[in-house]
Design a protein around this ligand. Structure first.
Ligand code: SAH
Ligand code: SF4
Ligand code: F3S
Length: 486
């Protein structure tokens, strides 16, 4: 799910020179912010919070890094190559900084949190290092840098959720949006750096989540994805043991939160990511099944098909448990797409254990999978406890094997959908051809179809006529009546 994106957003075209952030009119300070994001959806969503904070200080955003006064790179540490990509990107700014010494370069996000001050020593051009919980401090950090200092804030928080900040939408299409519901992670999977870079898990006030979704719908958005490292552990006014914190107030779990958000409008599609096999409850599945606007799509990362590997990974479930969850999904939501994440070549993984992942792949039939070679991360449980002893070429060979098989499975599933009619939310003109538009069906599969008398944000019914390994191709057979938000 690693992507890069450069964001730009004109806040309100009709009010040139003014930015409206959380109902406050801000006078521009004449400075331009260039913001680039790496890593997962959580980072993209955080960048919208960062933009909101700095626009509130008078900055305007730019897509052109050459005209920027401040460049912020929101980074990812999940695998070694994610960090290498950022390091490489930073070298691009070296000459720029020589020509424009006043240029401020900041590193945000997971690499900032992982490397802290070290980053300033290693990457001399960096002026600001700010971890995921210190974005409110960015205006002060910038002031420190303008005063000739380097500035670092990597304090992790137990309660920061940025719940009160109305994120500036940076995606220009205006159809789909991410909405964060939790931050951090308490799971400590042995391979994973996230608990170190994002800190303890905390849930965001459900009222603020509802309001954000309502606002998005009013602004024309038609799909939201509720985001958390483990959405199933979302809880409000409850301790991790399930005890009520304040008896006078209601509690909310993930199933209840989805029910709330689904009420914003039947025409607002709800997705969520990521579900955790150890915590995904039948209650959640029943809520999905009973709401037409909650998509029949579950991303359920398995990581490995072998119980011993799962134990070493500290995932908290076995192969059988995972299969039990798949059975529950199929029983409660008969037409549900399931996708996954897989890691090959984890510490001590034998050929036989790898075969178990292959057999699980065949047994489950995921529609799609994100597949990775294991990359050892400093300070994680796996780094301390096990040896990264599967040779690189074996990791790569196992990965290729899994990718090939998964691609064939995904293609087979799509071929079986030819002739079906799918409801698609139109997202815009297809990247491949000006004559086509694309969108996604309930299952989160991209569908491409010829242009017609409809536009982005419309729902259309598409008859599937063909497919590639990644995309469905079809023609619109019905345009669902345009939806008006009030
Ligand atoms: N919270 C999500 C995953 C977030 S990270 C969950 O628990 O499912 C996204 C994916 O990156 C993981 O599912 C895993 O497949 C992969 N990943 C994480 N750490 C990794 C590592 N050290 N090496 C290779 N892949 C890794
Ligand atoms: Fe990482 Fe595991 Fe938390 Fe996912 S659940 S973010 S893999 S520690
Ligand atoms: Fe990367 Fe941090 Fe997300 S490590 S995957 S950006 S939580």
């Amino acid at each position: 799910m690693s992507e890069t994106s450069t964001f730009n957003k004109t806040i309100d075209e009709s009010r040139q020179g003014e930015a409206i952030v959380a109902e406050t009119i801000v006078t521009p300070n004449g400075k331009k912010l260039f913001l680039e994001s790496y890593g997962c959806a959580m980072n993209f969503s955080d960048s919208e919070v960062v933009a909101s904070i700095l626009i509130g200080e008078g900055y305007t955003t730019t897509l052109d890094e050459l005209e920027a006064d401040i460049i912020l790179i929101n980074t990812c540490s999940i695998r070694d190559n994610a960090e290498l990509r950022v390091r490489k990107r930073l070298t691009n700014f070296k000459n720029r900084k020589k020509r424009q010494p006043s240029l401020i370069v900041g590193v945000l996000g997971c690499m900032a949190e992982r490397l802290k001050k070290e980053l300033l020593e290693e990457e001399k051009l960096v002026d600001i290092v700010a971890g995921p919980d210190s974005y409110r401090e960015l205006p002060n950090l910038i002031i420190e840098v303008e005063g000739g200092q380097k500035a670092v804030n990597v304090l992790l928080s137990r309660d920061e959720t940025y719940a009160d900040i109305s994120p500036v939408r940076l995606d220009k299409k205006g159809v789909t949006s991410f909405v964060s519901i939790t931050r951090g992670c308490d799971n400590m999977c042995s391979f994973c750096v996230v608990p170190f870079t994002r800190g303890r898990e905390r849930s965001r006030d459900p009222e603020t989540i509802y309001k954000e979704c309502e606002e998005l719908f009013k602004n024309g958005y038609r799909e939201i994805t509720l985001l958390g490292q483990n959405v199933d552990s979302y809880r409000w006014n409850m301790t991790s043991k399930g005890e009520i914190k304040d008896e006078s107030k209601p509690t909310t779990n993930f199933a209840e939160l989805m029910k709330m958000v689904a009420k914003v409008s039947p025409d607002l599609r709800i997705r969520f990511s990521t579900s955790h096999p150890k915590d995904m409850s039948d209650e959640v599945l029943e809520v999905i099944a009973s709401h037409d606007n909650i998509c029949n799509y579950i991303h359920l990362p398995v990581q490995s098909g072998n119980t011993e590997v799962l134990k070493r990974m500290n995932r908290g479930y076995s192969r059988e448990w995972y299969l039990n969850r798949i059975e529950a999904i199929r029983r409660i939501i008969p037409n549900c797409a399931i996708t996954t994440d897989i890691i090959t070549g984890f510490c001590d993984e034998t050929e036989e254990e790898h075969r178990d992942t292959i057999s699980l792949l065949k047994e489950v039939g995921w529609s799609f999978a994100f597949m990775y070679k294991y990359s050892e991360r400093p300070k994680t449980l796996a780094e301390r406890r096990y040896e990264d002893n599967v040779p690189e070429e074996v990791k790569a060979k196992r990965l290729t094997e899994i990718i090939d098989l998964q691609r064939a499975t995904g293609h087979f599933i799509k071929q079986g959908q030819i002739g079906e009619i799918h409801k698609v939310l139109v997202e815009g003109t297809s990247k491949k051809s000006e004559d086509f538009m694309d969108g996604r069906n309930d299952h989160n599969t991209k569908v491409v179809f010829p242009k017609g008398d409809f536009g982005k944000c419309d729902y259309v019914m598409v008859k599937i006529t063909d497919c590639t390994t990644a995309t469905l191709i079809g023609e619109v057979v019905e345009i669902l009546s345009p939806i008006k938000s009030d």
